[in-house]
Write a protein that binds this ligand. Structure first.
Ligand code: CAO
Length: 418
């Protein structure tokens, strides 16, 4: 039986991604495309699917690891001619180096476990001096949760301090209101269910975005009466090609036309460098609601794609998200995100910006309206728009101008299709 190293590839422009969940264990028989691990970059989370079928021989990563392109995550036993054993062993060695390197970075950013905690937990004495152990005990720190920065991963006092600092920071970010467990027993029956990893990370990311960006939301309505007539005609044609044409595809195109006119909406604030970065590409993130949580795949180069192409890709990406088959190449790097509550209901909402973007467009359910001109009654379809923007980068007047322009594109089908 030969072995195959499953390596991380295709993580778009991310230097590294975080492992948030291991979805397989040693001995599992897995098929092609079966999700192996869940990784997270910026706000987005995605499953990393297996390119091959086989039996899991080794799992080389842990939850909390940072991994980069080329790192081996899993070794599979394959049913085929095997003469690659040596190559695999070499890979494992270089991989353990590659993975332990970024862990130093983890140590500075989060309080998640190091890549080699088992060494520490088996024999604390071997990895921390009695003084450090005493110090950790006094602070209530478990040494097997602390990455060691000393020689041979030995834990030093500074590591314990760093660990405590990170816990405090993380606690401040995620549990600002949770001082004690909730107890409703005196009011009646209730049931507590564990949050899954995706729910926990989404909550943390939302809170971080909400706390770190001064949000303002601008509300408006676009008259899409003409657009809807055109859409319904075109939809019949595209139906024959199994492509469902919803209003969202038009809004994606209209948004890109508007971003070209208002470059500050296609920018990111680099706080460290005190610069605004203007993007020369037009990629649109789409919030997709799935039973596993919220995912934001990205439609690339919308300015170069036809309406039909955009409609087809919207269907493909939301299907991949629902099947948990998105790969890192589908995520990240958006100019702006659209969150469409479509026909679900509601008249307006305040979408939360997906950093490092500076704005997000929310769409609510179209409203049928009667517009009375003298004796003439005109039936209108109005599409509610909710534009949240980062007030550090965009001022209220710019937001109003942007929204007015976006409306004008949606209201003039020629602007949209030419
Ligand atoms: N008003 C009225 N009807 C609308 C509409 C709108 N604004 N937008 C879409 N519709 C209609 C579509 O035309 C379609 O009608 P038919 O079934 O008659 O053809 C129907 O609603 C369903 O559309 P859809 O949801 O399948 O497709 P979509 O292109 O509008 O949206 C997607 C795709 C992936 C964005 C959507 O399915 C989704 O997941 N939305 C939720 C996003 C979300 O959760 N955002 C909140 C994030 S913050 O928590």
């Amino acid at each position: 039986m030969s072995k195959e190293n499953i390596k991380i590839s295709d993580i778009a422009d991310f230097e590294s991604v975080d492992v948030v969940e291991i979805l397989v264990k040693v001995g599992d028989e897995i098929s092609i495309d079966q999700p192996l691990i869940t990784v997270e970059s910026e706000k987005a989370m995605m499953d990393y699917p297996s390119p091959s079928a086989g039996i899991v021989d080794k799992v080389l990563v842990k939850e909390g690891n940072k991994i980069s392109e080329g790192d081996t995550i899993i070794v599979l036993d394959m049913q085929e001619n095997a003469d690659q054993q040596e190559v695999i062993q070499q890979d494992e060695q270089s991989n353990s180096q590659a993975i332990s390197e970024p862990i130093k970075e983890v140590k500075q950013q989060t309080d998640i476990a190091p890549s080699k905690p088992q060494k520490i937990s088996n024999s604390e004495n071997a990895y921390a001096s009695p003084g450090t152990q005493k110090y950790a005990r006094e602070l209530g720190v478990k040494l097997n949760e602390v990455p060691g920065s000393g020689r041979n991963q030995r834990i030093v006092v500074e590591d314990v301090q760093q660990h405590v600092r990170q816990r405090l920071e993380r606690g401040a970010r995620t549990h600002t209101t949770a001082t004690r467990p909730l107890d409703f027993s005196k009011y009646g029956r209730s049931e507590a269910k564990d949050l899954n990893k995706i729910q926990k990370l989404t909550a943390e990311n939302m809170l971080h975005a909400w706390n770190s960006i001064p949000h303002v939301t601008h509300f408006d309505q676009a008259d899409v009466t003409q657009l809807e007539v055109h859409r319904k005609n075109l939809a019949k044609e595209l139906n024959a090609k199994q492509i469902k044409l919803t209003p969202l595809a038009f809004v994606v195109k209209a948004l890109v036309i508007s971003l070209k006119q208002f470059p500050q909406f296609n920018s990111s604030l680099d706080e460290a460098a005190e610069k605004i970065i203007y993007k020369g590409f037009f990629h649109i993130g789409i919030a997709v609601d799935t039973e596993h949580g919220l995912f934001v795949p990205v439609l690339r180069d919308v300015d170069k794609k036809s309406l039909e192409h955009v409609a087809k890709e919207l269907i493909d990406l939301s299907e991949l998200a629902r099947q948990r088959k998105l790969t890192p190449s589908h995520m990240g790097g958006a100019s702006m995100t659209i969150s469409s509550l479509g026909n679900l209901g509601g008249q307006a909402f305040t979408p939360i910006i997906n950093p490092p973007e500076v704005a997000i467009l929310g769409l609510s359910k179209m409203i049928s309206n009667e517009n009375i001109h003298g004796e003439n009654v005109k039936q209108q379809k109005l599409l509610p728009l909710s534009l949240s923007y980062d007030h550090r980068v965009i001022n209220g007047a710019d937001a109003a101008r942007f929204c007015t322009y976006l409306k004008s594109v949606l209201e003039d089908i020629w602007k949209l299709i030419l």
